[in-house]
Design a protein around this ligand. Structure first.
Ligand SMILES: O=C(O)CCC(=O)C(=O)O
Ligand SMILES: [Fe+2]
Length: 612
């Protein structure tokens, strides 16, 4: 998976393009698929490749020749970054994909990091139709290292030393630029801008052109940049396989770098950090596992000022005046509750039409700190997430070929819930206590919010301020499912709706840990959607222990929502009702019924939410 590579190698982060550039300097290149004219990867340490793509027209139906340049290439974006890399003596990581036909041996992984190279030459050539394009030559930074990808039993390649071979050069009479003699046939000017570019003195068949032995075997000692800290004795350039991320002093284990992938020390395959518990190598048959210890986070650290400032900055929304204006408040069980009516902003309604309600429940400090309350649950969940193997699951993104993993880690409990990703489920009897407690707390919150909403929305209706969409009823259907999501620093859940047709009308979430911003926006650009607000019409700052209840099936037709956490560890426990009658088979219904049945222990008085 391309993501495995991108989330592991700091010098190759592109998803689309074959080159990775930072500060206009080339740091990494991916070679895959079909080569271009005279491209080469040899085991003695030289790579020759085109700079930038852009063969434009399909010339014939055979795959190998599908595209050919039909115009001059101009100056591709990658050219300047390659020139800068050459001038700065920057080492460049080379990755080859499994379909790269230039490799002398079959490579073991979908993407394979070859080694560090450096750019020695950049020049211009013409194809047989006379169109100009750019090429570059690279040499391996450490030619003494054996090549890991040489074919088995291949004879040792020759290892010329600097000075053994020298390709001569000549000044062009037209442009006065010096060009190396690259081809065994004859010298030519290689300056893109010169009228004599690729104009050979003798008649040449472009198809017959070969690079000279001198050019291929010329060697340049790599002097590189110096290591930033010579005292540490760090090899320079560093190992092509990045070191496995480790916990620094003061790290807790959910920082961005701990969410990076690893290059497996056993098989060198790249695997993303797809498990909460650590890294499990994904190369078939390898089996390497590295559990990652995680430290508990003090809840006061999670709500510190800098995180708060970030959270506030993220909230640029212009809250919808009518919805905010019609919000009502009440208190129960130590929670301060605000209930907003969600209006239909996408159909042209004569009167404001309520499609659902959205409630924000904020616990008092006492509720948060109470035994088995949010503080305790947050403390315990990071270990449960490891034990229950919360993981990143594959998603198919609209319009993207690549398979991706969600950025957060997930585990489902209770009835089976199939959303964009398919999650296996653990039964409520096997669920850890904090999960069961959250479920009971959300059932309580669901009842309370719907009871209140029935009253407040009926009141608004009586006052003639709103209509109520026919789909909106005020019965609470008990939750039989809970999806746990775990977020590392930088993880988020992007715009989506929870509108699967197997779901009941109510969705509730308990938010634990990092503060986060939950935003709602109408699905279609509608009243109130400005660029600045990113379209959102309601934003909620969710603090540790807060509960959100969304009620009304049409919310998901009219709105989408997203959640951006601001600190480095957050759990969201979201409960829904899965309508078992809408599952495909009797077996699935039976299984989900069993998985979603509350165990005996949930009836203990100790499990019941306080309701004062
Ligand atoms: O992280 C959250 O608070 C909400 C997650 C969510 O929207 C979902 O699970 O559908
Ligand atoms: Fe959602």
């Amino acid at each position: 998976m391309r993501q495995s590579l991108n989330c592991t190698l700091p010098w190759h982060k592109g998803y689309q393009s074959g080159d990775y550039t930072k500060n206009k300097v080339l740091l990494g290149c991916l070679l895959d698929g079909f080569p271009e004219e005279r491209d080469l990867i040899d085991t003695s340490g030289v790579i020759i490749m085109n700079i930038g793509g852009g063969r434009d027209v399909v010339v014939d139906g055979t795959r190998a020749n599908k595209r050919e340049r039909q115009s001059d290439q101009g100056r591709p974006k990658m050219l300047q970054s390659a020139i800068n890399a050459k001038e700065m003596n920057q080492y460049v990581g080379i990755v080859v994909g499994e379909s790269c036909t230039l490799m002398p041996s079959k490579v073991p992984h979908a993407y394979n990091a070859l080694d560090w190279y450096f750019v020695t030459d950049i020049w211009c050539e013409k194809n047989k139709n006379g169109f100009k394009f750019w090429k570059m030559r690279l040499e391996v930074t450490n030619p003494a290292n054996p090549v890991w990808w040489a074919p088995v039993n291949a004879p040792e390649p020759s290892r010329p030393q600097p000075g053994d071979f020298v390709a001569g050069s000549r000044k062009c009479e037209a442009c006065e630029e010096t060009s190396k003699k690259l081809f065994s046939h004859a010298w030519t000017c290689l300056n893109y801008d010169c009228p004599k570019c690729f104009d050979f003195d003798e008649e040449v068949e472009f198809g017959d052109l070969r690079y000279s032995e001198e050019f291929l075997k010329q060697r340049t000692a790599y002097t590189g940049k110096l290591t930033s800290n010579p005292d540490t004795g760090v090899e320079f350039p560093p190992s092509i396989a990045p070191p496995i991320p480790t916990l620094g002093d003061g790290d807790t284990g959910t920082e961005v770098h701990m969410g990076q992938g690893i290059c497996c020390p056993r098989c060198f395959g790249c695997s993303p950090r797809s498990h909460w518990a650590g890294w499990f190598c994904e190369t078939p048959g390898c089996g390497f596992k590295l559990e990652c210890s995680m430290r508990s986070i003090n809840i006061t650290d999670i709500s510190n000022d800098s995180i708060w400032r970030k959270a506030r900055r993220a909230s640029k929304v212009e809250q919808h005046p009518a919805m905010v204006g019609m919000a009502t408040n009440f208190e129960c069980g130590g929670y301060a509750v605000t209930v907003y009516p969600l209006l239909n902003l996408i159909d042209n309604c004569d009167t404001e039409s309520v499609v659902g309600v959205l409630a924000h429940l904020r616990p008092s400090p006492e509720v948060r700190a109470a035994p088995n309350g949010p503080d305790d649950s947050f403390r315990d969940l990071h270990e449960h997430a490891a034990k229950d193997d919360w993981k990143r699951l594959p998603v198919r993104l609209k319009g993207k070929k690549q398979q991706m993993l969600t950025s957060h880690f997930a585990q489902n409990y209770g009835a089976q819930y199939k959303y964009v990703v398919s999650v296996g489920s653990k039964s409520f009897s096997d669920a850890p206590d904090p999960v069961l407690r959250a479920l009971l707390r959300m059932r309580w919150a669901g009842h309370k919010v719907i009871e209140h909403a029935k009253m407040s929305i009926t009141q608004l209706l009586a006052e003639g301020k709103v209509e109520v969409a026919p789909s909106l009823g005020f019965e609470f259907v008990e939750f039989n499912e809970l999806l746990g999501l775990g977020y590392f620093e930088g993880n988020k859940i992007n715009w989506h709706d929870d509108g699967e047709d197997t779901l009941g009308p109510t969705v509730a979430t308990v938010s634990l840990g990092s503060p986060s911003t939950l935003s709602f926006r109408p699905k279609i650009k509608a009243k109130g959607r400005t660029k600045r607000s990113n379209g959102s019409v309601l934003d909620m700052q969710l603090l540790h222990g807060d509960i959100v209840v969304m009620h009304g099936t049409e919310i998901h037709r009219c709105y989408e929502h997203r959640v951006i956490p601001h600190g480095n560890r957050r759990f969201a426990l979201t409960s829904r009702h899965i309508d078992l009658s809408k599952l495909d088979t009797d077996e699935e219904r039976e299984l989900s019924k069993e998985l979603g049945t509350l165990p005996e222990r949930a009836n203990d008085p100790d499990f019941q939410p306080v309701d004062t």
